[in-house]
Design a binder for this molecule. Structure first.
Ligand SMILES: Cc1cc2nc3c(=O)[nH]c(=O)nc-3n(C[C@H](O)[C@H](O)[C@H](O)COP(=O)(O)OP(=O)(O)OC[C@H]3O[C@@H](n4cnc5c(N)ncnc54)[C@H](O)[C@@H]3O)c2cc1C
Ligand SMILES: NC(=O)c1ccc[n+]([C@@H]2O[C@H](COP(=O)([O-])OP(=O)(O)OC[C@H]3O[C@@H](n4cnc5c(N)ncnc54)[C@H](O)[C@@H]3O)[C@@H](O)[C@H]2O)c1
Length: 459
């Protein structure tokens, strides 16, 4: 028997549950289907567990430096990885239970547990059930991309999910991929006590960032003895008991990096391959992301794609913002879209990198006459007081309109301090206006008006 709903949502990650809640609260009948863990990547294998690990790593880092702050501790600092992992697991489990209880408690929402796939443009099968709706929201997220390289299946590699199950510290962790996942785990495990080597095919880390920012990120990690093999393409894997050999090809030819463990952090792949999209005629791009327009509509009327699977953002806040757009357009008669969405993100190494809008090179490439205000964190009072002086902050301004174009704050509290600029850019506040607000002392944010006041033509 076919069960009909006002809306079907596939995936209980970051967009699905809040969308189910809004539709149900509006009186619509909703089917929400989840095949794995409620809360998806962010809650179970992404943001929550990794930021809990970042916090444990910071405590280890601080404990080792305690004497610098005049604090005496009980001797050598050791990390009990099992206890660290239990802490993050407990947080993820609590969050997962909360999501499940929330969606199961919604008045008009029926939760189905199982793998969903399209049988037509309006029908979904999940286990034995067939569900129908003229409105289907796809929120299936993604997973680690595992490239088909020689030897890959002969070595016990780790991913962002399986590394969360590891209870003994790797002696030497080799991380393939120096993106967000690679860099966050690199510092986490280095601080826990592992030797860490990061291999990346690019010669500059975080290729999207300005060179000064990516060099400073690398410097922060190198200061803690994270080793880098950049400009090195990973081409193969080989087990050489008890080591794993990662084959790399770089400018100086082929060689190997040996480690006790290997983490693959080589990008993400959308969970669209087993969704039956072809049976619904939903178009995907060459990397299997669902193609959507700025209103998150696919090429099939009534079918939408939200979150990481649409290739328009791979962060929790972009997935959540997709929910807000879809809900406003469905329920409020709004015409919200992605076109005006500002890029915002943070890299949670410690100290973190907070980012909004354009980089300096993007702004120049886009034809702006760019003024830049910048300052090393070593000249930010709050950073000095905290003994946390690595990094720099910079803000880009359009010389003709005085509008703020973008900012990067790499330093203590950079993930929080950047929010003042997110608000300002979103609201179209000029640099001159921003300078006239009175910030709080002593904070990192108090220096933003100061650096705006010293803005100079970009080199
Ligand atoms: C290690 C790591 C750290 C991260 N840290 C951050 C961070 O600090 N900040 C940040 O903003 N982002 C971070 N991210 C990214 C963030 O977690 C994701 O972008 C976000 O979770 C995507 O949300 P989503 O709703 O699109 O997908 P997901 O959260 O992945 O949810 C998709 C859900 O769909 C389900 N599903 C898939 N296919 C089917 C099917 N056929 N039938 C039924 N159910 C299905 C899945 O089981 C899953 O529960 C991190 C990611 C990783 C891997
Ligand atoms: N702080 C955060 O918000 C956060 C944290 C973690 C993950 N995430 C999300 O998860 C996504 C995926 O993260 P990721 O780090 O896996 O992907 P990524 O795309 O950020 O980085 C992958 C890296 O792997 C390298 N690479 C790929 N193939 C290679 C090869 N054969 N040899 C050597 N290097 C190779 C690439 O050059 C790249 O630098 C990110 O885009 C991000 O949106 C966000």
């Amino acid at each position: 028997m076919v069960q009909t709903f006002d809306a079907i949502i596939i995936g209980a990650g970051q967009a699905g549950p809040p969308l189910a809640a809004r539709l149900s609260d509006a009186g619509m009948t909703v089917a929400l289907i989840e095949r794995g863990l409620f809360g998806g990547t962010c809650v179970n294998t992404g943001c929550t567990p990794t930021k809990a690990l970042v916090a444990s790593a910071r405590v280890a880092f601080d404990a080792r430096r305690a004497a610098e702050f005049g604090v005496t501790t009980g001797g050598e600092v050791r990390v009990d990885l099992q206890a660290v992992q239990n802490r993050q697991r407990a947080m993820a489990a609590k969050s997962r239970r909360n999501v499940e209880a929330w969606i199961r408690g919604l008045a008009h929402c029926t939760v189905f547990q199982g793998h969903a796939s399209f049988t037509s443009q309006t029908e979904i099968k999940v286990d034995g059930a067939v569900l129908a709706s003229s409105r289907i929201f796809i929120n299936v997220g993604g997973r680690s991309r595992i490239p088909d390289l020689p030897g890959i299946n002969q070595v016990p590699y780790l991913t962002n999910s399986s590394i969360l199950q590891l209870d003994t510290l790797p002696r030497h962790l080799v991380i393939v991929g120096g993106g967000y996942i690679g860099l966050e785990f690199a510092q986490i495990f280095r601080r826990f006590g592992s030797a860490v080597t990061v291999v990346d095919r690019k010669s500059q880390l975080l290729g999207r960032e300005d060179k000064d920012i990516s060099s400073a990120v690398q410097g922060i990690l190198e200061a803690e003895d994270v080793a880098f093999r950049l400009g090195s393409e990973c081409i193969s894997f080989r087990q050489h008991e008890p080591q794993i050999c990662v084959g790399i090809a770089g400018e100086s030819g082929a060689s190997e990096v040996l480690g006790s463990h290997v983490l693959l952090a080589m990008g993400r792949q959308p969970n669209t391959d087993d969704l039956g999209l072809d049976r619904a005629g939903v178009a995907v791009d060459d990397r299997s992301f669902v193609v959507v327009n700025d209103r998150l509509e696919t090429n099939v009327p009534g079918i939408y794609a939200l979150g990481e699977c649409n290739g328009r953002g791979s962060f929790t806040h972009t997935a959540y913002n997709d929910f807000e757009i879809a809900a406003a357009n469905t329920l409020d008669g709004a015409d919200r879209n992605l076109a005006t969405r500002l890029p915002t993100y943070a890299l949670f190494i410690d100290p973190p990198l907070g980012r909004v809008g354009m980089t300096q090179s993007e702004a120049i490439k886009a034809g702006h006459r760019v003024l830049v205000g910048q300052r090393p964190m070593a000249r930010v009072g709050r950073a000095v007081e905290k003994g946390d002086t690595m990094g720099l902050m910079k803000v880009m301004v359009d010389a003709d309109t005085d509008l703020i174009l973008g900012a990067a704050i790499l330093g203590t509290c950079g993930d929080e301090a950047v929010h003042g600029l997110i608000g300002a850019i979103h609201a179209g506040v000029t640099a001159t206006d921003f300078q006239q607000a009175m910030p709080i002392h002593p904070t990192v944010s108090e220096l933003i008006p100061t650096i705006l006041g010293a803005r100079e033509p970009a080199a």
